[in-house]
Structure formats: structure tokens, C-alpha cells
Design a protein around this ligand. Sequence first.
Ligand code: GRF
Length: 205
Amino acid sequence: MKIAVFASGSGSNFQSIATAIQNAKLSAQIVGVFSNKKDAGVFARAVAFQIPCVHIRPNDVATIIAHLEALNVNTIVLAGYLRKIPDELIAKFPNRILNIHPSLLPAFGGHGFYGAKVHQAVLESGVRWTGVTIHFVDAEYDTGAIILQEPVPVRQDDNVETLAARVLKKEHQLYPQALQLLASGKIQIKDRKVILLDKTPRGYP
Ligand code: GRF
């Protein structure tokens, strides 16, 4: 599986995926890190792993596709990428674009729900649990078929930072697992839902 990671920020999820590959927990290769931000922290991390960095203009789909083809990419991993993926790119990589979202979708998802805004809304709502969702990307925000989901508790004394840190820790565990399921052919899609073909019991914290 040849992965391009798309990220706009610090890239700690990129780091967890690259580390899982290094530790043989994930059979894949990251062949490029794509960002719309020249100074994104993810680029410095990519350099440390000797992975090529590609600065992109999000709406210039033709150039993005040319880079992806040159690198033989077959899987796109969104890890804190804050721009919408153009329909043309989604059509080119059907069920091969994944995203991570820091809540239990469909709660606290959709346009405008990203980063601290998600955790702020979670805290304001008074829910006891939030979590992490890994899903395929479709033409809307945060609506694609869900691959893995795990809960994270909300504590009474949480603020955005403490909650975000607890959720991020779970993100770092879950993204490599979801990618390994894809890499090992354990994901099927039926009626727009993901069916997992492995025997791991899921649905528990
Ligand atoms: C994560 O919380 C992810 O769920 C969201 O953006 C954040 C990216 O963090 N989509 P990082 O850049 O991977 O550290």
C-alpha cells in the first residue's frame, strides 16, 4: 500500500503512522507528505523520516493528481488536512481516501467542526463520552463510511486542551490499526457500510 499523507498542521498523526510502519505494525509505505501550508510542522517530521514533501494548492487538482501518479500512490490518508477534497480526486481514488475525526461521528462533525472547535462543542454539550472516528471520505464533510471508532471519556474538569490531548492519544493508536486493516484486505464495503473481515472484538474501550 503506497500512502500519501495530506496534513495542514503539526502532523502528530503522520508521526504515529510513520512510526507504526518503522516498527512493522503496518505494512505500507508513505511515499509523500502533501500540505497546503509551506511551514506546516508535518513537513519537518517528514524530512526526519526522509519522506518527500509536496507543497500543494488545494484546488489545483490536476497538479495534485500528477504528483500522486508520479509517486504511485494508491491510498490517501488525511491527517489534520483542513481543506475539502475536490470531487475529482475522490472519483479518482474510490474508497482509498481516509480521514480521522476527533469525535464519535456523526456527532460533532460536518462543515466547521475541526480541531479545538470539536472539543469545545463536546464540552458545551455536556456529553460524557467523545472519541475518535476513522472513515472513508466522500463528497461531504465527515459523512463517509465509518471504518473504526473508539470512545474517550470526557472528565468533569476537562478543558479543550486536556480533552484534545486524551483524544489525540487515541487517534495515534487507531489510525495505524485502520490502515493495517486496509493494507491486509480486511475491509469490504457493502451498502455504503464498512464490513471488517478480521476477528478482533470491537466496540469496546
Ligand atoms: C487531529 O485531532 C485530527 O483528528 C484532526 O486534526 C488533528 C491533527 O493533528 N483532523 P496532527 O496534525 O496529526 O497532530
